[in-house]
Design a protein around this ligand. Structure first.
Ligand code: SF4
Ligand code: SF4
Length: 185
């Protein structure tokens, strides 16, 4: 994978996605290109076929103290729109056979992050920190707070599982709408 090429494409196309970091899979390919997407898909397929992440239950989500994480959710409540940093994270449990691909993806992502950081903000809310979230509090404190409250309501029985997931998802969909995103396919 050519990191410089990935970064160049990212910089050229970034303004097409003002709703980052909450991109759908086809948008991810648009921003990072086909080679990155193929590598991500291979790792996702491996995780699905081996039940790796589903079986683990999201230890990395808990470790990073993501405000949208609950052991009661069967999966990330915004899985199809999860932040870019989540999509590019693969823990050592993926094994040595995937190490090279994981490092290449990490380098490409960090290259984009540092380049974006050096560019300054494009608009008020689209600073490089959006690529370094979760936890969400620094990037989007309102979503951070909403996630905590929704999960507390679910734990106390005031919201059921479905309502809690919907409340979080609704907020992220609204963010996308507010930033001129198409409806996710
Ligand atoms: S990346 Fe690793 S820690 Fe995170 S959910 Fe998958 S297996 Fe678990
Ligand atoms: S947003 Fe990311 S860290 Fe949080 S629960 Fe979803 S996948 Fe995990």
């Amino acid at each position: 994978m050519d990191t410089a090429e990935v970064v160049e494409r990212f910089v050229k196309r970034l303004s097409l996605y003002p709703y980052i970091p909450f991109l759908a899979e086809d948008e991810l390919e648009g921003l990072f290109g086909q080679e990155v997407m193929s590598a991500l898909r291979r790792l996702q397929d491996f995780a699905r076929e081996t039940n790796l992440c589903a079986g683990c239950g999201g230890k990395c989500c808990a470790d990073v103290k993501c405000e949208l994480y609950s052991t009661r959710f069967p999966a990330c409540p915004i899985h199809e729109l999860r932040p870019l940093a989540c999509r590019f994270h693969f823990c050592p449990r993926f094994g040595d056979e995937h190490k090279e691909a994981i490092i290449a993806l990490r380098d490409a992502y960090l290259g984009c992050f540092y380049t974006f950081d050096g560019m300054g903000s494009i608009t008020g809310s689209h600073q490089a920190r959006c690529l370094d979230t979760p936890p969400l509090a620094i990037f989007w404190p309102e979503l951070s707070e909403l996630g905590r409250r929704v999960i507390a309501f679910m734990d106390s029985g005031d919201l059921n599982l479905e309502e809690a997931q919907q409340a979080i998802r609704h907020e992220v969909l609204q963010y996308r709408k507010d930033h001129h995103a198409p409806s996710p396919k």
